[in-house]
Write a protein that binds this ligand. Sequence first.
Ligand SMILES: Cc1cc2nc3c(=O)[nH]c(=O)nc-3n(C[C@H](O)[C@H](O)[C@H](O)COP(=O)(O)OP(=O)(O)OC[C@H]3O[C@@H](n4cnc5c(N)ncnc54)[C@H](O)[C@@H]3O)c2cc1C
Length: 509
Amino acid sequence: MKRIAIVGGGIAGLSAAYELARTREDNSAASCTFTLFEAAPRLGGIVATERRAGFVVECGPDSWVSEKPAARTLAVELGLADALIGSNDRWRKTYLAEGRTLTPLPDGMRMMVPSNWAALLASPLLSWQAKLAYLREPKMAAALQASALENADNNHDESVRDFVCRHFGAEAADAFAAPLLAGVFGGDIRSLSARAVLPVFTQIERTHGSLILGLQARLRAAANNSAPADASIFTSLRDGLGTLIERMEQRIPAASLRRNTRVQAIERTGQQWRIRTESNGALAEEIFDSAIVAVPAHVAASLLAPLDAEMPTLLPQHASSAIVVALAFAPERAAALRIPRGFGFLVPQRQSATGHPDSQAALAQRALLACTFVDQKFPHRAPPGAILLRAFFGGHPAPALLGESDATLATLALQSLGTLLGRLPEPEFSVVQRWPLSLPQYAVGHLQRMEQLQQRAARLPGLHLVGNAYHGVGLPDLIAAGCTTARTAIGAACAQSSTAKPPATRTRP
Ligand SMILES: Cc1cc2nc3c(=O)[nH]c(=O)nc-3n(C[C@H](O)[C@H](O)[C@H](O)COP(=O)(O)OP(=O)(O)OC[C@H]3O[C@@H](n4cnc5c(N)ncnc54)[C@H](O)[C@@H]3O)c2cc1C
């Protein structure tokens, strides 16, 4: 019987554990035993839902991109088909905060790529020079494609800003790409890798040159193919994404789950792995045949350093911190609020205006990257007539706010949102969640470094790396990666064993 250790019980590690448990049920001959070590008292990592007074508050991710099927497939497999909900796309409008006003992004934008010329040209968010740059982009298709193919041949990467500038100019990069990516990665488009962060667009560039023409072709193909007309852009679960974690947990044998257990070291011992742990002050060690490391980048760096000093240098060197503050307004107070119709707003990042240390309020204002109008984006998130707002603080100023109390952060959120939405009353309750170093920054050259990392990891048989530090931060990517990693681990373990059969292959897109 082969033994597999999983270190970290976020969505990636838990998906790996669930896949191993499922494989044990399906194919006892191929069975391995496994143990998942999670430092926190609960599983799920950044996926966390709080349900209170009829509100469903997502403290981390609120949904997944419907286009990527792995999360839906998993939910259906877990018996959650009836619980799937789509975003309210008829109200799909995102605003950009400029000063104290909210201006809608043009309809039909896929990030910074337009699909609706009339809306783009009518938008007050761009100068006429920037609109001309958009109009010119399709005419440059051949040249853009040639340079994209050359870049691909030379394995050349560039920053997201450079990539967007080549297509649409600097104004579009700063007006659209910067706040959109800050809202997702809490990151800076001058350092983020175009190939790692915008894989769909870099692929479109290789095939069509023009992103506008390529997007039009994709939309036409989707309309002619399978995409149901009512497919929503985002998918979630009625009672929150925490349900996905709870259901996976139920399917994993309790004896395989060790919460409150921090892995302190992973050591090679002959062909096996020694896992050293600490739990409530007690130290222990156990031997495994494989180790799936599913912890955040900075933790992976410290666990991997003694095994190979080069590996930590290939991992993302920076991760941004986020603070989520949800404000729940019961119907009687919500009635006074005037929230525009839409999914929420993005705030372009600003430098400190004075060069002097910021006041807390000014810091919070600069750290505010986005706000979701939760009850409008999804059904079932708030009681009828109630309003649920979710502020997302991140970027460079956020770490300075992490030490503030929940009460202070809730007050700062109320004030920062109030400058854009009008004065807000005291909420019925607020939920504050801090996520330090949670969003790794895929800097230029990331994919090349991942290849090198993979090669070095392959020299340590039985060691597997998965999680948001490597090939995508979104839930569908991590679920698929967790599942694939589990199958690779069990396949490798079976290859060493004469009696075990490898698990039957199945597809999780
Ligand atoms: C605020 C926010 C909003 C987001 N919104 C979305 C969204 O809407 N849609 C989407 O698709 N994605 C979203 N993301 C991204 C996505 O949620 C994350 O990329 C994903 O959840 C990370 O999963 P993970 O398993 O890689 O890591 P984590 O969730 O960080 O899990 C790692 C686990 O390892 C544990 N651990 C750490 N050290 C040790 C140790 N030494 N020993 C044992 N265990 C350890 C941690 O406690 C944790 O449970 C969002 C992220 C944030 C921060």
